[in-house]
Design a protein around this ligand. Structure first.
Ligand code: NAD
Length: 427
C-alpha cells in the first residue's frame, strides 16, 4: 500500500459539500485533487469509452459513489470508496468501522491468488485410470498452460497444479480436470480460460474422451480472504447487546432463511467496493454464495461471531475474493482508477483485504441495528430523502420536506408532493 499517512477519521464528512469532501479525501490520501474530477458525471466514463466495454452501447448509467470512513485495516487507515444505490450502506459501514477501531480495527489474511479452470471430459470408459493418467502427465499439461501467458509467468504467476475429479451426474461420470493458476493481481477469468482452452484437447486425448466445457469455476475456494475484528462491548451499547448479537449470528448460522438476508447485508458492503473498483460483482457474488454452502450441503452464514474473554464481540468473515487491479473494467473505467488511488492499494490481495473488512463492518452494522432499534428508523429517514427528491424538492427544500415526512410519519411520495406544494405556496 502507499505510504501516505491517511487518516480515515474524517469526522463530520457528511456535513460537508461534495467539493469539500473531495478536497478532504485528496488531502488525506495524497491523491491529486484533479484525479477525482472523474467522479463528476460529465467527466466520468464517456459513451465512447463505454462503447469499447460492452456491445450495443446506448449510454452509461451513473450511481452514487460514497466514501466510508473510520477503517483501520492491518494497522493502516484507509478511506473506502463504495458505489451503491442503497441508502444507509456507507453510513452503516463507517459506523461499524468506528466501533472496530477502538480495538485496533480489522485484521486480515489471505491465501495466494489461486483461481481454477475446469476441463470437462465426456465418454471416458475408465475414469479412475484416466484420472491417474492425467496426474502422471501433470507437468506436460501445466507447461502447455503456462506457454499461453508469458507475462503472467514473468510476474511470478502461472499454472501451479493439476487436480482431477470424477463427477458422477445423472447422465454419466465426467472426468473434470482442474488447472490451479496463480493469477497475481488479475481477477483471472480470462487468464485461466485461455489456459483451459489451450490444454483441453490434450487433456481429452490423455483421458481417452471428448473435452467439452473449458472455463473457470467461480467457486474460487482456493482464493479466500478472512477479516477479523473485535467490537468493543461498551461501544456496541453494553454486554446485553453483545449477547443479542451472538444470538443474531447464531440464527443466521442455523437457518438458511435468515442466512440469506445476513449474507445480503455482507454483500451490501462487498459489492459496493467491488463495483467502485471496476471488478466483476457477479463473480464475487457467485463465489460468496457457493462458499456459504457448508460441507453438509446446507446454506449458512458467511460470518461467525463469538464473545471473547473480555466480553467483547469478535467477528470473522471468510469468503473467496477474486478481484484484480488489471483486466476487465479496472483499468478501463476512470472512476475505478480513482477509487483504487483513494484506497492506495498496490496488490489485488490488499484490495481483497479492504473488501472483506468492509463486508464484515457492514454485517456488524446491520446485525446491531436489527438487534436494537431495527433498521427501519435509519432506513426510513434516508428513504425520506429519496422520496423528497423524487417529489421534486431541491436545495434546502429537501431537509424541510424530509423533516415533515418523518414528523407526520408518512414517508410516501404523494405526501411529499403535498408538503412541497404547501412549502412553495407559503413562500
Ligand atoms: P485480463 O485477461 O484482461 O487480464 C489478465 C492478464 O493481464 C493476465 O493474463 C496477464 O497476462 C496480464 N497482466 C498484466 N499485469 C498483471 C498483473 N500484475 N497480474 C496478473 N496479470 C497481469 O483479465 P482477467 O483478470 O484474466 O479476467 C477478468 C475479466 O474476465 C473480467 O472482466 C470478468 O468479468 C471476465 N470474465 C469472467 C468470467 C466469470 O467470472 N465466469 C468468465 C469470463 C470472463
Amino acid at each position: 500500500m502507499t505510504t501516505t499517512s491517511t487518516t480515515s477519521r474524517l469526522a463530520g464528512l457528511r456535513d460537508r459539500t461534495v467539493a469539500e469532501r473531495r478536497r478532504l479525501i485528496a488531502e488525506n490520501t495524497g491523491v491529486e485533487l484533479a484525479r477525482l474530477d472523474v467522479l463528476e458525471p460529465v467527466s466520468g466514463l464517456q459513451v465512447e469509452q463505454a462503447n469499447h466495454l460492452i456491445e450495443n452501447v446506448i449510454g452509461v448509467m451513473s450511481l452514487p459513489v460514497g466514501v466510508a470512513t473510520n477503517f483501520t485495516i492491518n494497522g493502516r487507515d484507509v478511506l473506502v470508496p463504495m458505489a451503491t444505490e442503497e441508502a444507509s450502506v456507507v453510513a452503516a459501514a463507517s459506523n461499524a468501522a468506528r466501533i472496530a477501531r477502538v480495538r485496533g480495527g480489522f485484521t486480515t489474511s489471505s491465501t495466494a491468488p489461486l483461481m481454477q479452470a475446469q476441463v470437462q471430459v465426456l465418454d471416458v470408459v475408465d475414469p479412475e485410470a484416466a484420472r491417474a493418467r492425467l496426474l502422471e502427465a501433470a507437468d506436460e499439461i501445466l507447461r502447455l498452460a503456462n506457454d499461453q501467458d508469458p507475462l503472467l509467468i514473468r510476474l511470478g504467476g502461472g499454472a501451479r497444479e493439476l487436480l482431477v475429479r470424477l463427477v458422477r451426474s445423472q447422465v454419466q461420470t465426467y472426468v473434470v480436470a482442474h488447472l490451479v493458476v496463480d493469477v497475481r493481481d488479475a481477477m483471472g477469468a480470462n487468464a485461466v480460460n485461455t489456459m483451459a482452452e489451450a490444454v483441453a484437447s490434450r487433456v481429452g486425448e490423455i483421458a481417452g474422451g471428448r473435452p467439452l466445457l473449458r472455463i473457470l469455476t467461480n467457486k474460487a475456494d482456493l482464493r479466500v480472504t478472512r477479516a477479523r475484528a473485535v467490537f468493543d462491548a461498551e461501544s456496541l451499547g453494553g454486554p446485553e447487546i453483545v449477547d443479542n448479537l451472538v444470538h443474531a449470528a447464531a440464527l443466521a448460522e442455523a437457518d438458511p432463511y435468515r442466512a440469506a438476508t445476513h449474507n445480503k447485508g455482507i454483500m451490501n458492503g462487498i459489492t459496493a467496493v467491488v463495483l467502485a473498483t471496476g471488478n466483476d460483482t457477479r463473480a464475487v457474488e457467485a463465489g460468496a454464495h457457493s462458499h456459504a454452502v457448508g460441507p453438509d450441503g446446507r446454506y449458512t452464514s458467511l460470518s461467525h461471531y463469538e464473545k471473547d474473554a473480555d466480553g467483547d464481540l469478535v467477528g470473522v468473515l471468510e469468503l473467496p475474493m477474486p478481484v484484480g487491479l488489471v483486466g476487465g473494467a479496472t483499468k478501463a473505467h476512470p472512476v475505478a482508477q480513482a477509487a483504487l488511488a483513494i484506497l492506495g492499494v498496490t496488490t489485488a490481495q490488499q484490495l481483497a483485504d479492504v473488501i472483506v473488512a468492509t463486508g464484515l463492518a457492514q454485517n456488524l452494522a446491520a446485525m446491531r441495528a436489527l438487534a436494537t432499534e431495527g433498521i427501519q428508523r435509519g432506513h426510513m429517514s434516508l428513504h425520506a430523502r429519496n422520496i423528497a427528491v423524487t417529489a421534486g424538492a431541491s436545495g434546502d427544500e429537501v431537509d424541510k420536506v424530509v423533516a415533515r415526512l418523518i414528523s407526520d410519519r408518512a414517508i410516501r411520495s404523494e405526501h411529499a408532493e403535498k408538503v412541497l406544494a404547501e412549502l412553495r405556496a407559503a413562500q
